[in-house]
Design a protein around this ligand. Structure first.
Ligand code: NDP
Ligand code: 2IT
Length: 458
């Protein structure tokens, strides 16, 4: 095998210890705590795995994935409606394209910086591998805050952002999509500007509207997929979502569609949140109330506290929902939203399982505590992969100049999530139960690593 013969040309190298590896990454990436956190979490599982596999170890596959192929940053200048000039910073991190074109979302949020986008692009590399579709890992975005901006301001920002990004993306090179702060409205403006600049109608973005090449079910895919992952985990132990009390954080794309699918499967969602706090509705957020939330967030662009006023329930300002008693938890807002104190509440309340709709929502200390307590934990790179999976299906449909029905896409999404669950079992089954985090890390790594080996030292 070509990969083995390459390895034979290398002198035997001792695998670095976890500390040596992390010190090296820390020195090369100062001031990037989120990136280091993501690399640490994967390395903890992969270094022992490669220790007796010289073909991966000597060719330094893990070290290569932890150095993005490139990080592009650029100025974005745009004007407010009153003429005020604003300067933001835009980024695209192209982490790894061993198994396909770079693929991953764009995040518009004031917290965005290089560390956050590097962690997201790194995670995306393993996540995309788990889907079984040919997509490499990338992520991008800007510290632009769409909150409180008019549609025309958002449009001008998107046009300015795309005027630079256009130089770095393409349907066979890098295909962005949405993430926090980037939904259907923003994708539409970005697509329009890309088309204007290139004079090409291309599948260069996913999450497009269905009238211009978007896949049916892409809006639903991440939230639905996160619930399918939970369903797979529970089915594996002969249980079901029906009748379970569910705590969901966030109230955006992922949280709302996760809530819809939980309702359909007979669970009861009692919380939603945003950056100002959470609402607790013990009667459950049924589909009628959920439609009200979707309108609040997508059209009126209001705050979740308005739900408590409208439906007469409690709002907890500046708090997160993890101390609410629950059977199942679905963090669907942002990174590091479950810390050790939150984990101890979940454990005390006998939460059984967590499916991460968000990327890296659980801190390392919280992960250890939850795993030790026997709480099932599906990591974001497995549990929220349904979104990018349907993005991959959107790329396939664009290439074929064809559109599948909602049912066809949903069936494929279910199969993909079942396949991800199987891969987690294949590499994560342990005496004490299934370590889904380890299973996802190793399965994702093996796929990317084998492609890198086949393609030589580049
Ligand atoms: P949205 O912008 O639609 O919604 C984000 C939600 O999270 C909002 O309720 C927002 O509240 C809340 N939120 C964002 N930042 C913070 C913060 N710092 N503290 C507290 N709450 C916060 O984004 P998505 O639903 O698309 O994304 C949610 C998560 O899911 C992210 O981690 C994203 O990376 C991940 N994800 C998204 C996918 C997708 O397809 N969209 C795919 C896979 C993962 P507020 O409105 O107040 O800011
Ligand atoms: O984190 C993610 O997987 C996403 N934001 C979706 C990426 C995509 O390309 O659909």
């Amino acid at each position: 095998m070509a990969a083995n013969s390459q390895a034979l040309n290398f002198p035997h190298k001792k695998a670095p210890s976890l500390d040596e590896f992390l010190n090296d990454v820390a020195q090369r990436n100062p001031g990037e705590p989120e990136f280091l956190q993501a690399v640490h979490e994967v390395a903890t599982d992969i270094l022992p795995f490669v220790a007796d596999k010289p073909v991966y170890r000597d060719l330094r596959i893990l070290e290569r994935i932890a150095e993005p192929d490139r990080v592009i940053s650029f100025r974005v200048t745009w004007q407010e409606d009153d003429g005020t000039v604003h300067i933001n910073r835009g980024y695209r991190v192209q982490n790894n394209n061993a198994i396909g074109p770079y693929k991953g979302g764009l995040r518009f949020h004031p917290s965005v910086n290089q560390s956050i986008l590097k962690f997201l692009a790194y995670e995306q590399t393993f996540k995309n591998a788990l889907t079984g579709l040919p997509m490499g890992g990338g992520k991008g975005g800007s510290d632009f805050d769409p909150k409180g901006r008019s549609d025309s301001e958002v449009m001008r920002f998107c046009q300015a952002f795309m005027s630079e990004l256009v130089n770095h993306i393409g349907p066979d090179c890098d295909v962005p999509a949405g993430d926090i702060g980037v939904g259907a409205r923003e994708i539409g403006f970005l697509f329009g500007q890309h088309k204007r600049l290139t004079r090409q109608f291309q599948g260069v973005l996913t999450g497009k509207g269905p009238s211009y090449g978007g896949s049916l079910m892409r809006p639903e895919a991440t939230g639905f997929g996160t619930v399918y992952m939970m369903d797979n985990m529970l089915t594996h132990r002969n249980e079901a979502i029906a009748g379970k009390i569910c705590v969901v954080s966030g109230s955006g794309n992922v949280a709302t569609f996760a809530t819809q699918k939980i309702n359909e499967l007979g669970g009861r969602v009692v919380t939603l949140s945003d950056s100002t706090g959470y609402i607790y509705d013990p009667d459950g957020i049924d589909n009628e109330k959920l439609q009200w939330v979707i309108d609040l967030k997508n059209n009126r662009r209001g705050r979740i506290s308005e739900y408590a006023e409208h439906f007469g329930c409690s709002f907890f300002e500046d708090e997160r929902p993890w101390n609410v008693p629950c059977d199942l938890a679905f963090p669907c807002a942002t990174q590091n939203e479950i810390n050790e104190a939150d984990a101890s509440h979940l454990i005390k309340n006998e939460c059984e399982a967590i499916s991460e709709g968000a990327n890296m929502p659980t801190t390392p200390g919280a992960i250890s505590a939850l795993q030790e307590a026997g709480v099932l934990l599906a990591p974001g790179k497995a549990a929220n992969a349904g979104g990018v999976a349907v993005s991959g299906l959107e790329m396939s449909q664009n290439s074929q100049r064809y559109a599948w029905t909602s049912q066809e896409v949903d069936d494929k999404l279910k199969d993909i999530m079942a396949g991800i669950h199987e891969q987690c079992l294949a590499y994560g089954e342990e005496k004490a139960g299934v370590n889904y985090a380890r299973g996802a890390n190793v399965a994702g790594f093996v796929k990317v690593a084998d492609a890198m080996l086949a393609q030589g030292v580049i």
